[in-house]
Ligand binder design. Structure first.
Ligand SMILES: [Zn+2]
Length: 359
């Protein structure tokens, strides 16, 4: 399904109760599934492409043309655009700038903390100096905190179809721990041709060093992929995981152990997993007692934001203030912020809700 006919442009005209909308906007929130390279808005992508003489689909027509091409028609097209934008990141300043831009966008949504996925080896493999890249990220993270009060933590992602990059990604993640790297991600094709087993030792080493295991699973493939992420990679959380609904035993396991899922409904619709929110399994995951938080994945590429995810789901599923607050609190609890910071943020959510009359 293409973005243009999936109703992704609903904006704020979604019929949501104004009071609930205000609650969503003002609650201090946490975002746990968001890709740095997938968060670059068209205007910034255009500036980066021009700066380095790179081409992007549609850029001849400026940011508007580029925006049209952000509306891909398939997962393959999505990946092509994602990589084309990634190729415009060259200097430390570029990496810094995209992190600062993300901080600004998150602050506008009252997102105060985000665990952000970044795929270092796609850049290093293009010839970017790892030290330059890490310095740019560190500077951008510091500025996002200073200028916008947003705390960014990094998840360094391993792409399963690029197996020889797993160990170097781990090395970079360990190098970056002082600059906010908290875990290893895992993405790419969930398919039989790309087995997960060879990645087990790298994740085991990372976990032994204190990194979290934060793989994508159960998005493109079914329950087996989630079981593998749990058993082979020792997953602390599952990115997406929505296909867990296909197996009652897995649902039971995830509920029993409260393994958090980072659910990104608009992204799932955008790549055609489900035709609309009515068909999306999120209500069934919640009903089964799973630990779920909402996330936005690659916001400008799916014409969404964390606020939009809350709004669209609230409108589609008839959520009340209690449900919205429970999801916002889940984002905090499932994060890897310090425990005192979690307590503080949960109290701040209670305070804001009370101030708005939702007690
Ligand atoms: Zn993702």
């Amino acid at each position: 399904m293409s973005g243009s006919d999936s109703g992704l442009d609903d904006g704020l005209d979604d019929g949501l109760d104004a009071g609930l909308g205000e609650l969503i906007g003002r609650l201090p929130k946490v975002e746990l599934h968001l890709h740095l390279e997938g968060s670059i808005p068209p205007e910034l992508a255009l500036r980066l492409a021009r700066r380095h003489g790179r081409g992007l689909p549609g850029m001849a027509d400026g940011a508007a043309g580029l925006r049209e091409h952000y509306r891909f028609a398939s997962f393959t097209e999505f990946v092509r655009m994602y990589l084309a934008i990634s190729a415009c990141l060259v200097d430390a300043e570029d990496f810094c700038e995209i992190a600062v831009a993300l901080g600004r966008e998150l602050a506008a949504q009252r997102v105060v903390y985000a665990e952000v996925t970044f795929t270092p080896m796609t850049h290093v493999a293009r010839g970017v100096d790892a030290a330059v890249m890490l310095a740019g990220l560190a500077e951008g993270r510091a500025r996002a905190r200073e200028q916008y009060g947003v705390e960014l933590a990094w998840v360094f992602d391993i792409v399963r179809s690029l197996g020889d990059q797993a160990a170097p990604t781990l090395e970079l993640a360990l190098r970056g721990r002082e600059q906010g790297v908290i875990g290893l991600g895992f993405s790419g094709p969930e398919a039989a041709g790309w087995p997960i087993a060879p990645f087990g030792p790298v994740f085991a080493r990372g976990r032994a060093e204190g990194l979290r295991s934060l793989p994508h699973a159960g998005e493109m493939a079914g329950p087996r992929s989630i079981w593998d992420a749990l058993t082979v990679l020792g997953a602390d959380r599952i990115g997406h995981g929505v296909r867990a609904v296909d197996e009652p035993a897995l649902l039971e396991h995830l509920a029993l152990h409260q393994v958090p899922l980072e659910v990104c409904p608009t992204s799932n619709l955008g790549i055609g997993l489900y035709p609309d929110l009515a068909a999306h399994p999120l209500p069934r995951l919640l009903a089964a007692g799973l630990a779920v938080s909402l996330a936005s994945d690659d916001p400008p590429m799916f014409a969404t934001s964390l606020v939009q995810e809350y709004r669209r789901c609230a409108a589609a599923y008839g959520w009340d203030a209690a449900q919205l607050r429970a999801l916002a609190a889940a984002g905090v609890r499932h994060s890897f912020m310090s425990e005192p910071r979690k307590v503080e943020l949960l109290a701040e959510q209670d305070r804001v809700a009370a101030e708005l009359g939702w007690v």
